[in-house]
Structures are given as structure tokens and as C-alpha cells.
Design a protein around this ligand. Structure first.
Ligand SMILES: Cc1ncc(COP(=O)(O)O)c(C=O)c1O
Length: 415
């Protein structure tokens, strides 16, 4: 029998309610019934549509956002790449990060240096970033937190000038734009997640975009065993294929391995579901944004409103595609933050931390001794001490739920 702890708790207000439409499900089932479950035409079509909408040259689908970060990191350090980082090079990363924004860097053998963030936007603090760039800095793993961003134009300019590779973890920001340019198009590599509560979902799934033929070739082979992959989907116009096909190596041309690799391929079921959701991206973004406004307006226009909370708003020039509603408690409640979170959980409102808090506080960081100088990150700490997230539904929020959230929130003074 399934363990009780593995059974999902029933919340009245979830991080995401009913993430799939009936059409998403039936499209997924159709692929399943077709028998073509492994990566095939749905994946290819989705990649082309994704790249087209974002206005980038290449998109490559993988089985998760974590895998996208893994491939982006290993591609950026791949021997086939002229400009690449090597073992022991330094990489900057905001300390308010997800675990698998960080671990690929460690797995590759890089040395992360943490950077603080801004409390107002949750995103990397550019002054701290600049102050931590040294001659050893070879890459920045940037994270666009909750659809928001820092000034990526400025960061990109600095990276170019200093010859630093920019990986943009955009797993939480599909659809957001900065001055009309999509987030997820600034990095040499940019990554996306289609996990359940993200802007679109296929249950599990991810994407990497890049702009360069050689980078695409590397990603393509890393995704699937270092293999040209039977060449069924391999763009034959590209270099690696040509090089190897021309040489008479007496190798079976269907089984040529040109690089190291993983297996992080998606299934065609995931691709078909994500593809169908992607068609509705603008609509999903707009509903979430309206629901956000409704919740905030209802709370701040109440007689009980006394600045108990701060609702994180869009950074300058950022048109945010919200994934959830990030909230900070007023500082006077800091000592009872977890009590409040437990209260919300008990009444049926699902919450989560803002990413995973300041990552230096996580036991795994200590295990790998990642903050040897014991640097303090006061803004990320503040976000951890006061911050949490509630969901934003992809259908218009009911009055009942708005009242439920509002009344539960105002109990912060009573608990
Ligand atoms: C910033 C960030 N990066 C990476 C990931 C990993 O994505 P996935 O859950 O698809 O592996 C997440 C997951 O939520 C994330 O928030």
C-alpha cells in the first residue's frame, strides 16, 4: 500500500489547480495510443514553434528544467566549443537559487561564488554581481526569479565585455519580457521548465535555447548519449554530421557517437501536451496576472489592511509572466513566519518558499563547503525570513477563494 506521506494533501487553494485542460490530456493520450512514445515529431514541432515565438535560432526539448541546466552547463564547457570554461573556473550565481541551478556547476567541477539579490525584485543585485567579477570569473548562472528580472541588458553587456559565458536559468519566467525582449533569450544558453506549477506544464519537461549552430550541435548530442541519434532528427546541414558522414570510418552511420552525453530526452507525450499549452501561453499569462491583481486589490482595500504584507511587483521595464504570487510578511512577523505558514497549510492554502530561500542555509551547501568565507547575504536572508508564495490559478479566481485567502491572511495578527 502507498505510504500516507506520499499521497498528495488536499488543499482548498493549491499552487496550481487543474493544470491540464481536457484537450491537453486527450492530445497526450492520442500520442500514447499512437505507440510513438519516445521523442519524435511532436518534440520537433514544439521545438520549432518555441524558437519561432521567442525569436531565437534553436530550441531543444529535454525532460526537465534541471536537465536543461545540466546540458547548458556541460555544453558551455564542452571541448567542441571554442569559448568554454574549464575545471576549477569561477562562476557567479545568485544565492536565491534553485538546487539544480547550482548543482550542474558543481557536477562539472566549477567553483560557484554566490551573489546577493534585491528584496524588491527577488533578482540578482547588479552591484554585488559586478563587485564579485574577477579575472577567474568565466561564467554567470543567472536566474530570472518568478517571472521577474534584473537589468539583463546591462548584465549581458558586462558579460560580453569581460568575455564571460552567460547561462540564463529562465525556468520560472517563460513569457516575461524586458523592454519587449523575451526573458530566456539573453543568455548564450537559456533554460525553461514545464514542471507542474510553471507558466506552462507537461508534468515534467524543459527546453534550452541557443543562438549558435555549434552550440546546438553540442546540445543535440549531449541530450542523447553523445549520439547523432540515428540522425533521424539531426539537421544534416550542420557541421558534425557532415564531418563524420564524409569520413569512411566503417562505422554504422546510424550509430555514431561524437561527444560525451546523458539521456535527458523528453517523451513525445510530454512534447504534445506542452505544445498544446504553449498555444495558450498568452491567455494563461493574462488570467494569472488578472487573478494576481484581484487578490492584491481585495487585500489592500480591506479595512483590516495595515501593511501586513508586501506583494512583489514587476521590476522596471519587466512585463511579468507570473508563475505564482510572491509575498513578504511585514518584518514584525518574522519570528512567527513558519507558524503562519503552518497555519495556512492547516486551513488549506498551499504555499512554498521563494525558490528555496538563501541557498547557503541548505545543508547540502555545507556538505560541499560552498561558502568557505562564510559570506552573509542579507537580502536573500530577508527574503527567506519573510517570503512565501501562493499559487495563481489559470482560470478566473472565485470570489469564495479570494475571501478565503483574505480572511486567512488577516489572521496573521491572531496566530
Ligand atoms: C529557477 C529554477 N531552475 C530550475 C528548476 C528545475 O526545473 P525542473 O523542476 O523542471 O527540473 C526550477 C524548478 O522549479 C527552478 O525554479
Amino acid at each position: 500500500m502507498e505510504k500516507k506521506s506520499l499521497i498528495q494533501k488536499k488543499y482548498k487553494y493549491k499552487l496550481l489547480e487543474g493544470g491540464f485542460s481536457k484537450e491537453d490530456i486527450s492530445i497526450g493520450v492520442k500520442v500514447l495510443l499512437s505507440g510513438q512514445i519516445t521523442m519524435a515529431s511532436q518534440t520537433k514541432k514544439f521545438e520549432i514553434e518555441f524558437a519561432k515565438k521567442l525569436g531565437v535560432k534553436y530550441a531543444l526539448m529535454v525532460n526537465s528544467g534541471s536537465s536543461a541546466n545540466l546540458l547548458a552547463t556541460f555544453a558551455a564547457g564542452n571541448p567542441l566549443r571554442k569559448k568554454r570554461f574549464k575545471l576549477g573556473d569561477e562562476v557567479l550565481i545568485p544565492v536565491l537559487c534553485w538546487s539544480t541551478s547550482l548543482w550542474p556547476l558543481i557536477q562539472f567541477g566549477l567553483k560557484p561564488t554566490f551573489v546577493d539579490v534585491d528584496v524588491k525584485t527577488l533578482n540578482v543585485n547588479i552591484n554585488d554581481l559586478i563587485s564579485k567579477i574577477s579575472n577567474k570569473t568565466k561564467a554567470i548562472m543567472l536566474i530570472n526569479v518568478h517571472g521577474n528580472s534584473s537589468d539583463l541588458f546591462k548584465i549581458k553587456k558586462i558579460a560580453r565585455k569581460k568575455n564571460i559565458i552567460l547561462i540564463e536559468d529562465n525556468c520560472e519566467a517563460l513569457g516575461s519580457k524586458l523592454k519587449n525582449k523575451y526573458l530566456g533569450t539573453f543568455g548564450d544558453f537559456s533554460t525553461f521548465s514545464f514542471f507542474y506549477s510553471h507558466q506552462i506544464t507537461s508534468g515534467e519537461g524543459g527546453m534550452i535555447v541557443c543562438h549558435d549552430d555549434r552550440d546546438y550541435e553540442i546540445l543535440f548530442t549531449l541530450r542523447s548519449h553523445g549520439w547523432l541519434g540515428g540522425t533521424r532528427f539531426y539537421p544534416r546541414s550542420l557541421g558534425i554530421y557532415k564531418t563524420y558522414a564524409k569520413k569512411n570510418l566503417n562505422l554504422d552511420p546510424r550509430y555514431i557517437f561524437v561527444n560525451s552525453g546523458f539521456n535527458v530526452r523528453p517523451t513525445d507525450i510530454q512534447a504534445a501536451i506542452a505544445r498544446n499549452q504553449f498555444k495558450r501561453l498568452n491567455q494563461l499569462m493574462s488570467i494569472r496576472s488578472k487573478n494576481r491583481d484581484i487578490i492584491i486589490q481585495n487585500i489592500i482595500s480591506s479595512k483590516k489592511w495595515n501593511n501586513q504584507f508586501t506583494f512583489i511587483s514587476s521590476a522596471p521595464n519587466n512585463k511579468t509572466s507570473w508563475m505564482g504570487l510572491p509575498i513578504l510578511l511585514n518584518e514584525k512577523y518574522m519570528l512567527k513566519k513558519m507558524k503562519f505558514i503552518n497555519y495556512l497549510d492547516k486551513v488549506g492554502i498551499e504555499t512554498r518558499p521563494i525558490i528555496s530561500g538563501s541557498f547557503i542555509n541548505q545543508p547540502a551547501t555545507k556538505l560541499y563547503k560552498l561558502n568557505p568565507k562564510k559570506l552573509l547575504f542579507k537580502n536573500a536572508q530577508k527574503i527567506q525570513d519573510l517570503g512565501f508564495i501562493i499559487g495563481l490559478p489559470t482560470k478566473k479566481i472565485s470570489k469564495k477563494n479570494v475571501e478565503f485567502i483574505k480572511n486567512s491572511f488577516f489572521n496573521v495578527d491572531k496566530i
